[in-house]
Design a protein around this ligand. Structure first.
Ligand code: NAD
Ligand code: TDX
Length: 330
């Protein structure tokens, strides 16, 4: 099977490529990645069988021949960071909307199976004391330019299924953690701050809740949907991992040998979503998928060990990332 993975040099995509090469010897993997600030060639080191094409998913000339040569497209490429989308929404519109449109037109022309990677943020947020979780029928209500462009890309996929018969599935996953995550994101930012002797930075009071899932479990669910999912359907991926940000920072501090209150409160994110929570019943019932990382504490300990052992991978970006945050009081 020829698999085209877009965004395969980013966090989740690179893990997907490693898992696919290790577990599916019948898959020939090509990665299409623009290598933006978030893409890193080093995340695909030692994968000689993988063909990396450096290019833009919004560029029809690049996309068309690659899709024509594929049996399956798995679309991870995106501008993915909320804080960046508040500073400059422009690349979010181009990559997340025009990029998805360009891929959909190519899979339509060539009759190729397509899986669309999306996020729980398309549903907006939940109150802290609301017993509800997101389900596939929750109305879309995105808050940030990032989540609005992801929501728009999901709707394009649905329209291309209905109007043109494109064979597509969509998955909306909760917050991922694990190796190869860019250090602008919450968990790796705090781990690398502590390695540098800097206090973790908590937005606002730290009461916001995220539903954490290990990246390897996300990707296993993606393969389960590709193999067992129904065309045209949306599957929510989550592992019942709700924690507030303060609890996560306290756990990182404890696991790294510091006092649990040794962090700083910094300026909050404008429009900061309060809580995300996933009901993954459809995924579990239709595909039999179950998470394998059931203990957040040990998954986090492994992640901390990975960042300690792979300083050469993240060090070149640290000063620039922190300078951007400092400029906005974070
Ligand atoms: P990331 O920012 O780490 O990686 C994105 C990758 O896409 C990078 O390698 C980048 O170079 C590439 N890219 C960006 N613009 C491109 C373009 N125009 N053409 C080609 N390549 C381009 O992101 P991630 O955290 O790995 O997220 C991957 C996908 O998963 C995204 O679609 C995101 O919305 C979704 N998602 C992420 C999470 C999470 O917790 N990180 C949760 C749910 C869904
Ligand atoms: O330094 C920080 N301090 C802090 O308190 C940072 C960077 C973040 N935060 C808070 C903001 C959020 O409540 O931590 C939480 C997680 O922040 P991010 O890692 O930026 O993730 P989030 O905004 O929740 O979005 C993530 O999950 C959904 C991914 O980045 C998205 O790509 C995905 O769609």
């Amino acid at each position: 099977m020829r698999v085209l993975v877009t965004g395969g040099a980013g966090f989740i995509g690179a893990n997907f490529v490693h898992q696919t090469v290790a577990e599916r010897p019948d898959a020939a993997v090509t990665v299409l990645d623009k290598l933006t600030y978030a893409g890193n060639r080093a995340s695909l080191a030692n994968l000689e069988s993988v063909h990396l094409v450096v290019g833009d998913v919004a560029d029809r000339e690049v996309v068309d021949p690659l899709v024509a040569d594929a049996d399956l497209v798995v679309h991870f490429a995106a501008e993915s960071h909320n804080d960046n989308s508040l500073r400059d929404p422009s690349p979010f519109v181009t990559t997340n909307l025009v990029g998805t449109f360009t891929l959909l037109e190519a899979v339509r022309r060539h009759g190729v199976r397509y899986h669309h990677i999306s996020t729980d943020e398309v549903y907006g947020d939940l109150d802290l004391d609301d017993p509800a979780k997101f389900t596939p029928s929750t109305p879309y209500n995105p808050s940030s330019p990032y989540s609005a462009t992801k929501a728009g890309s999901d709707l394009l996929v649905r329209a291309w299924v209905r109007s043109f018969g494109v064979e597509a599935t969509i998955s909306n996953c909760s917050n991922n953690y694990g190796p190869f995550q860019h250090i602008e994101k919450f968990i790796p930012r705090q781990i690398t701050n502590l390695i540098d002797g800097v206090k973790p930075k908590l937005y606002g009071a730290g009461a916001n809740v995220r539903d954490w899932i290990h990246v390897l479990d996300h990707n296993r669910a993606v393969w389960a949907i590709i193999e067992k999912g129904r065309i045209g359907e949306t599957y929510l991926i989550g592992a019942n991992g709700e924690k507030n940000n303060k609890e996560v920072v306290e756990l990182i501090l404890e696991l790294m040998g510091h006092e649990p209150d040794d962090y700083e409160h910094v300026a909050d994110r404008p429009g900061h979503d309060l809580r995300y929570a996933i009901d993954a019943t459809r995924l579990r019932e239709e595909t039999g998928w179950e998470p394998t990382f059931k203990d957040f504490r040990s998954g986090l300990a492994d992640t901390i060990a990975w960042y300690r052992a792979n300083e050469a991978w993240w060090r070149p970006q640290k000063a620039e990332v922190e300078a951007k945050y400092a400029a906005q009081g974070q």
